[in-house]
Design a protein around this ligand. Structure first.
Ligand code: GLA
Length: 359
């Protein structure tokens, strides 16, 4: 990674940091309702390298872009990619640190736009690199909070905090049980003998930010109608049945989904975690309405495989990747057989995890 910066700028970087993407096992669209989530970090990372720039502009280069992006801290860049980095630099400045103009280089192993939090990985890697460069103490929870603010205020998606917390605190061998209200976390071991598999459906995530923000507003409306501060405060699903649609179904998904996460971490084996994931997908499809036919098809193929305990879409939905939990010793068969069947049905799927099966 150092070489990318060196080749781009002609000198060695002064600070380098990486952060992973995540896949969420359970607890979808619950984080911005102050609920529970269960993501796990991926092996794929984004790396940000920095050095002092000559002149008064920031220069951002990435392997994915032919031309450098230049910006100053007093004007939001037009390019969406630059806005994430700009937002993180601004967050650090807002914390009271003075930041000189920087040369910045980004390289990433994470596919973008498939629901594996490439943007959170970019934000957390940028903030970690700035922390190292400035030699300041910022803890990992605060890094996640700064990253979330950067995304909401500068990139325009009213996301919850799951992705940034996962990128900042999770590891690849445990899932991270997060209470999005208190930001308390606990590492949770996957059931014995199971492994996580992630397959991209190949369907692009169209309409994502507008639909995401619409769901968030619907949850706020459901809260107003129920007279609660947050859907987290609704414990019994019967309470939401009095609401008219679509608020009834949106709220029902959130209340049931929180319950599923709590039941999983209370001690689920592979079969039980799988059932909870299957229920989560059905709820995301029917009540929250964030699935699309390609995701439903891929999830069904995964669920029908005898070595798979359960499967669901992962992340915001509307396209992108699916996650399944399966018997660890059958993971190669599951990947080959499900991808083969999906392709025969016309899908353009590709395997994204586990790393040992990626060529
Ligand atoms: C996106 C958001 C997260 C979360 C998920 C859905 O990834 O960034 O905050 O809401 O969607 O679970």
């Amino acid at each position: 990674m150092r070489n990318g910066f060196l080749a781009a700028f002609g000198y060695a970087p002064e600070a380098v940091a990486s952060a992973p993407g995540r896949v969420n096992l359970l607890g979808e669209h619950t984080d911005y309702n102050e609920g529970f989530v269960l993501p796990i970090a991926l092996a794929q990372q984004t790396t940000v390298s920095l050095g002092h720039a000559v002149g008064d502009e920031f220069t951002l280069r990435s392997e994915g872009f032919a031309r450098p992006l230049r910006f100053r801290l007093d004007r939001l860049p037009d390019e969406p990619f630059g806005r994430y980095v700009f937002g993180c630099v601004r967050e650090v400045a807002r914390r009271g640190h003075s930041i000189p103009p920087l040369d910045m280089h980004v390289s990433s192993e994470l596919p973008m736009g498939v629901g594996l939090s490439s943007s959170a990985a970019l934000e957390v890697a940028t903030l970690r690199a700035l922390r190292r460069f400035l030699d300041v103490a910022i803890d990992d929870v605060e890094i996640a909070q700064m990253a979330q603010r950067a995304e909401i205020e500068y990139a325009g998606v009213r996301c919850g905090i799951m992705d940034q917390m996962a990128s900042s605190l999770a590891d690849t061998s445990h899932a991270l049980f997060l209470d999005a209200r208190t930001l308390e976390t606990r590492l949770w071991s996957l059931p014995a003998g199971t492994a996580v598999i992630v397959i991209d459906s190949g369907a692009p995530r169209t309409l994502l930010s507008s639909k995401f923000n619409e769901r968030r507003s619907e949850c706020e409306e459901a809260c107003a109608r129920l007279g609660v501060a947050s859907l987290r405060d609704v414990r019994r699903v019967a309470v939401v049945e009095s609401l008219p649609d679509p608020w009834r179904r949106r709220a029902r998904h959130v209340v049931n989904e929180n319950e599923r996460v709590v039941r999983a971490v209370a001690g689920a084996d592979g079969a039980r975690l799988g059932r909870l994931m299957n229920e989560s997908h059905a709820s995301l499809r029917d009540d929250y309405e964030v699935s699309i036919p390609e995701l439903d098809r891929l999830v069904s193929l995964l669920q029908e495989h005898p070595a798979v305990h359960g499967a669901k879409l992962t992340g915001a939905g509307f396209g992108g990747a699916c996650v399944a939990i399966c018997a660890a010793d059958r993971i190669a068969d599951v990947a080959a057989e499900v991808l083969g069947d999906y392709r025969r049905l016309g899908g353009r799927g590709r395997l994204l995890a586990p790393p040992e099966l990626l060529a």
